[in-house]
Design a protein around this ligand. Structure first.
Ligand code: GFB
Length: 317
């Protein structure tokens, strides 16, 4: 696809640069000839509109990546609906409105595959948005992310802002959250498998029935897609960012056992929720635009496990 927004010499703000995705975007942008802007939580509270606008007016970013979000796995989403709805709404509204007010040239808002209806056709095309009821375990987060897409569209429609939205699938990678109550499935199972191995257990306990299907993408692939879209994409419609492949959680657990070195003996704890049965996004639009992921799941998991081992104390604190 043609480059319509070269990043050379641009001041690019990565909101959420300490998170798994934001830090991957920073790493990826370091290979571009641009200036990267960041602000820690202590320097800027994204929940305070006046502070966000003042910081943006002072720092003058020309492009913005909205990678800041309150994120979590199925249990955290289900347990803290107010936090997931309020915190995500407020921070995305503050950044997107601030970007309009300070004349930002290009903004990419990052959403999530959970914006789609629970029973959407599979693989899920972008136009399945708002065609049916959401998955109840994460509808609060999904509503906030849908609002973010709509904000980007509204500022484009009313004010001509070049704001776009990308919807990544379930992500994993270095810097992931390994807290068993709030993490996503891959880091949770990696930690559980590792600790099971240390205890000498012969099995791995997973939540739910093991039958739900999930699609995964490495955070570095996601970051590469975000930079690709920043440079080449300018459209009202959001665009899916995925691998185009999904697999049952039980199989995912088996791969993690292989990576960690635990026997593939999986036990299901069906007192825990399954969530949506399947959410494979169609990867067609991004592929047609010329982008493809590079990191295969097994390789990405091996690399994540090395990161986990190297950062064990901090990751499990
Ligand atoms: O990754 P995960 O928490 O989130 O769970 P969702 C994916 C699947 O893995 C579910 C199962 O079917 C879980 O029941 N699973 C098995 C486990 N064992 C475990 C475990 O030990 N921990 C966890 N966390 N899951 C989230 C949404 O949905 O996906 C968010 O809640 C967001 O809003 C995110 O969209 C990407 O894929 O179900």
């Amino acid at each position: 696809m043609r480059e319509i927004y070269p990043l050379r010499g641009k001041r690019v703000w990565v909101a959420g640069h300490r998170g798994m995705v934001g830090s991957a975007v920073v790493r990826r942008l370091q290979t571009e000839d641009c200036e990267i802007l960041t602000a820690t939580r202590a320097e800027l509270d994204l929940g305070r509109q006046a502070d966000v606008e003042a910081w943006m007016a002072d720092q003058r970013p020309e492009a913005v990546v909205v990678a800041a979000a309150k994120v979590g796995g199925i249990l955290a989403n289900d347990s803290y609906p107010a936090d997931f709805l309020y915190e995500n709404l407020i921070l995305e509204a503050n950044i997107i409105h601030g970007a309009y007010r300070t004349g930002v040239e290009k903004l990419v808002f990052l959403g999530s595959s959970c914006i789609y209806p629970k029973l959407a056709p599979q693989p899920i095309p972008e136009d399945a948005l708002l065609t049916g009821a959401l998955e109840p375990t994460n509808e609060w987060y999904a509503i906030a992310k849908i609002a973010g897409i709509k904000l980007a569209q509204a500022y484009r429609k009313q004010h001509g802002c070049d704001f776009i939205s990308a919807m990544p699938t379930n992500l994993y990678g270095p810097g992931d959250n390994f807290d068993l109550n709030s993490s996503h499935v891959l880091p949770a199972l990696m930690r559980k498998a590792h600790e099971a191995k240390l205890r000498g257990d012969d099995h791995l306990t997973i939540w739910g029935s093991g039958t739900p299907l999930r699609e995964f993408l490495h955070a570095d692939d996601c970051a590469d897609a975000v930079v690709f879209l920043l440079k080449t994409y300018s459209d009202y419609e959001h665009i899916n960012v995925g691998s185009g492949v999904d697999l049952p959680i039980r199989e995912v657990a088996g791969i993690i056992c292989d990576v960690v070195g635990l026997p593939r003996n999986i036990v299901c704890d069906t007192s825990k929720p399954d969530g949506t049965p399947r959410k494979l996004m169609s990867a067609d639009r991004l592929r047609e635009a010329g982008w493809e992921p590079r990191i295969e799941l097994r390789d990405g998991l091996r690399q994540s496990y090395q990161w986990f081992l190297a950062n064990y104390s901090a990751a499990t604190a």
